[in-house]
Design a protein around this ligand. Structure first.
Ligand code: ADP
Length: 362
């Protein structure tokens, strides 16, 4: 089985005066796992449903394996689709649900039998073929939906928040399983989620959507470490943005009380309310007690006092009051007892320029 390639050429969807998706252009090579990630209402589902053929495009073209499918109905696009609510037939058994797309395609009874067995094995549901969906757990129902989507070997599978109804541990387990199946079969997957960790865990490429447009796309680590806008930076995880004004030198900024911070790279962002902002993720910050040394060159350092301690299990999250009404968030690995700070402790927060970015207002 070979994954299909997908090309979106300037696709747009208008609902009356509302533009749900505007001018989305995207190339997805064969065999890639691509997530559409963004807040509610950013146009993820509409984009997916246009690829699936359930929603017609207002403008633009959709190509699958170089063929323009924009005018074709869903069943002629040869795609597998998995929805959040599973959409299983309640009166059909597990095996009959999975066999359904094969019956529609008029496969022989022997072939249906063989392929259903293969799909059941793939999603590890062998032995449950006679059950009705109502007698299955949420995770098992989602496996049936997945089996039904892959049973006819479509080159592209589209998934819309498929794990949305599952609890956290099961979600993670299913993420790993879906990813394994995708890699084993070499299929192309377009996956809609609003869960950042899920997108980062599963995707080759994450497409960040905002207001119906692509805000940024790239490999998970890249977009996490180098967001090209404040929106992406905040959306992908916890982040600090220390406000100030640019001074001489690439990536160098001065805070309101005159402290210098330097960053590896600079991006422009019109949403910034100040002239400049220094961006750093909480886990890149190290804390030490004031007077204990540890400030190195090439490193940003700010003095402050611990004003909040949140125990999150594997991480201890500190709120550090660095003056000027600014609270710096620092995440420290929950290591040994000596490394734990208390409210009121005077600390130095340090981080490398290489781990931070500067945004400039344009
Ligand atoms: P997401 O999946 O990112 O939550 P959607 O694609 O569902 O976003 O929606 C994008 C925008 O389009 C939203 O503002 C939504 O209200 C609007 N929208 C979606 N479907 C319809 C529809 N059938 N009629 C009118 N507006 C719609």
């Amino acid at each position: 089985m070979r994954g299909g390639s997908i090309r979106l050429e300037g696709i747009r969807k208008d609902y009356g005066n509302t533009t749900a998706v505007s001018d989305v252009t995207l190339d997805i090579p064969s065999g890639q796992f691509v997530s559409l990630l963004g807040p509610s209402g950013s146009g993820k589902t509409t984009t997916l449903m246009m690829i699936a053929g359930f929603v017609p495009v207002t403008k633009g073209a959709i190509l699958i394996d170089e063929a323009n499918v924009s005018g074709l109905p869903p069943q002629r696009r040869n795609l597998g689709v998995v929805f959040q609510n599973y959409a299983l037939f309640p009166h059909l058994s597990v095996a009959e649900n999975i066999a359904f797309p094969l019956r529609v395609r008029k496969h022989s009874a022997a072939e249906i039998d063989e392929r259903v067995k293969w799909a059941l094995d793939m999603v590890r549901l062998s032995g449950l073929e006679k059950r009705l969906p109502g007698a299955l757990s949420g995770g098992q129902q989602q496996r049936v939906a997945l089996a039904r989507a892959i049973v006819y070997h479509p080159p592209v599978v589209l998934m819309d928040e498929p794990l949305g109804a599952l609890d956290k541990n099961l979600r993670y387990q299913m993420q790993v399983e879906i990813k394994e199946i995708q890699q084993r079969l070499g299929m192309t997957v377009v996956y809609v989620t609003h869960d950042q960790e899920e997108a980062m865990n599963m995707s080759d490429v994450i497409v960040i959507m905002n207001h119906g447009r692509i805000e940024q796309l790239g490999e998970p680590r890249r977009v996490y470490e180098e967001p090209s806008s404040i929106f992406t930076g905040n959306f992908l995880g916890e982040a600090n943005l220390i406000r100030g004004k640019p001074v001489e030198g690439e990536g160098v900024m001065s805070t309101a009380d005159g402290r210098r911070l330097s960053a590896a790279r600079t991006f422009s962002d019109a949403t910034l309310s100040e002239a400049a902002g220094h961006f750093v993720r909480p886990e890149k910050i190290s804390l030490s007690r004031q007077g204990a040394g540890g400030e190195e060159s090439g490193t940003n350092a700010l003095h402050g006092s611990v004003s909040r301690v949140s125990f999150l299990g594997n991480v201890i999250r500190y709120g550090i009051d660095i003056g000027e009404d600014t609270l710096l968030t620092a995440d420290c690995h929950n290591g040994t007892q000596e490394d734990v700070f208390s409210e009121g402790d005077a600390v130095v927060a340090t981080w490398r320029s290489a781990d931070s970015l500067m945004f400039r207002h344009v």
